[in-house]
Design a binder for this molecule. Structure first.
Ligand SMILES: Nc1nc2c(ncn2[C@@H]2O[C@H](COP(=O)(O)OP(=O)(O)OP(=O)(O)O)[C@@H](O)[C@H]2O)c(=O)[nH]1
Ligand SMILES: [Mg+2]
Length: 504
């Protein structure tokens, strides 16, 4: 059976190791000694890139080490991204009898840290230990440099086969242990901060902020595309994008789930030491039942985005088995749709706030406001009676001759909640709602005029809506059918997505 390169890389027991260091330090001989127990006195500088694979047994498990070798000649060095890419271990070799090769390890190390995996494990190797009489770099000097730079250290002789096996085996063992412990950390982190709570919301609750449709999902994953980045979208006043790993994020050891992350973008324009606290949800569309599977961080915890943490998400959003199961309806004709909702919340301390994310009802609730004798109205605002949606009381305001940017040209309509039903009027609150305002057309089959928006309403701020809802000339042209018998009918549909109460 043949396994693809990708599958090999996916296993917990595959490691890519690279040999680096100046030309002539003995990299190729260390490798041939380890893999074939061979040594060549003659110096044949390596041309191109070669790799050898060797299976080792660690903790009773077969571990496959793929060891890459190339020339250390700076000019001839065909070191490309491909050489470093995916390497999680490196043997950084110098010649104990040539001081300059030790000095140069600094440059090699910088190059490695810039290009290889951030968790790369490095073993500093002082080779040609057999040339004792001309040792230029003492064990102490090598060792202390290794300690300073968080590297492991060994001295070897490829000629005498001293410590060669140890150097490779120790490195692989360290890499293996580091991978296991990071995997454990990652799992702990997942349960700590990214525990998922899953709910299914039905009906027409489209994602409030962003929809990402992926066509030909299978091509994407078969082509080995590791990561798919969405366009940048705006939500709650910030710029965001989604990162979708169709086969899971390998760096976080996932290969049987889809991983999805929310990334904050354009942070350069934010104030120094910026911090953005959000609650976010990822949604997956079910094409059969026309609803969304909603996945959100559990325990009501919010994600804190800042300079050093610009990405939060779910390394295991949904298992590939469940995602691909036809009955589930997520993948339909090989296309799928993800959604995102991002709610930015103020930086209150965790203690004094309580966010209750209201489960959205199946349809938006609608309030109808009938205004008769419209032509008698002046430029003064007109207010609707209070109407209740959920526990919240709302009011509409209408400026018959326009307000703000719509003054004298447009009909302006605004919406404002003024009681969240929490008892005490002194409580602070914020409400996140999606709403749609419609002026009905009286003519049979005539098109209604509507506008929609989503907004965080606060107790202390004005309402939110549309100063330029529609041109007064269109409204008053009786042929258009919006005014009949001098009556205007305004409908407000409101969907409360979340309520944030600041309990004092
Ligand atoms: N005395 C001694 N000579 C060694 C040892 N290891 C390698 N050599 C010699 O050093 C020379 C260079 O060895 P290579 O293994 O080809 O060096 P390299 O680091 O692969 O060089 P490039 O491929 O050019 O980067 C050869 O002549 C080897 O015989 C060692 O442990 N002791
Ligand atoms: Mg070589």
């Amino acid at each position: 059976m043949t396994t693809s390169r990708r599958e090999e890389h996916n296993t917990d027991h595959f490691f890519k190791i690279i040999l680096i260091g100046d030309s002539g330090v003995g990299k190729s001989n260390l490798l041939s000694r380890f893999c074939h127990n061979k040594f060549t006195l003659e110096f044949n500088s390596t041309i191109g890139v070669e790799f050898t694979t060797k299976t080792l047994i660690i903790d009773g498990k077969p571990i496959m080490a793929q060891i890459w070798d190339t020339s250390g000649h700076t000019k001839a060095r065909p070191i490309t991204d491909a050489y470093y890419r995916g390497a999680t271990g490196a043997l950084l070799v110098y010649d104990v009898s040539k001081h300059i090769t030790f000095i140069n390890t600094k440059k090699w190390l910088a190059d490695l840290r810039n290009n290889a995996d951030p968790n790369v494990v490095v073993m500093l190797v002082g080779n040609k230990l057999d040339v004792r009489q001309s040792v230029m770099v003492s064990t102490e000097v090598g060792k202390s440099f290794a300690e300073k730079e968080s590297m492991y250290f060994v001295e070897t002789s490829a000629l005498r086969a001293t410590n060669v096996e140890n150097a490779f085996i120790d490195l692989v063992e360290k890499m293996y242990r580091s991978r296991i412990s990071r995997k454990k950390d990652m799992e702990a982190l997942e349960t700590m901060t990214l525990s998922r709570s899953v709910s299914v919301s039905s009906g027409n609750n489209e994602p409030a902020h962003y929809k990402l449709k992926i066509e030909s999902f299978s091509l994407l994953s078969e082509a080995g595309i590791e990561i798919y980045e969405s366009d940048v979208f705006e939500a709650s006043g910030y710029k965001w994008k989604l990162e979708v790993y169709p086969n899971g994020n390998e760096k976080e050891f996932v290969n049987d789930h889809i991983s999805v992350y929310l990334v904050i973008c354009d942070t350069k324009n934010l104030e120094k030491d910026w911090e953005v606290h959000v609650y976010f949800k990822i949604l997956i569309y079910d094409h059969i039942r026309h609803n969304y599977l909603t996945i959100q961080g559990g325990d009501g915890k919010r994600a804190r985005f800042h300079e050093k943490k610009t990405r939060w998400g779910f390394r295991k959003l949904i298992s590939l088995d469940s995602f691909k199961e036809a009955e589930n309806g997520y993948l339909f004709n090989d296309s799928c749709e993800f959604g995102a909702e991002v709610f930015v919340v103020p930086k209150y301390t965790q203690k004094d706030q309580c966010l209750s994310m209201v489960k959205p009802p199946i349809t938006m609730n609608t309030h109808v406001w009938t205004i008769s004798k419209f032509s008698l109205l002046t430029e003064e605002p007109l207010y609707s009676e209070d109407f209740k949606i959920g526990k919240v009381k709302w009011k509409l305001s209408l400026y018959p001759k326009g307000f703000k940017t719509g003054k004298n040209t447009n009909l302006s309509i605004f919406l404002r909640p003024h009681d969240v039903g929490s008892g005490s009027q002194s409580d602070e609150w914020k409400i996140y709602a999606k709403f749609k305002i419609r002026v009905k057309n009286h003519k049979a089959g005539g098109a209604h005029k509507s506008e929609e928006a989503d907004h965080w309403f606060c107790k202390t701020a004005d309402g939110w809506g549309f100063p330029c809802f529609m041109l007064l000339s269109d409204l008053h042209d009786y042929k258009n059918g919006f005014l009949s018998n001098d009556t205007l009918i305004v409908e407000a549909k409101i969907l409360i997505v979340g309520i944030l109460k600041h309990l004092v």
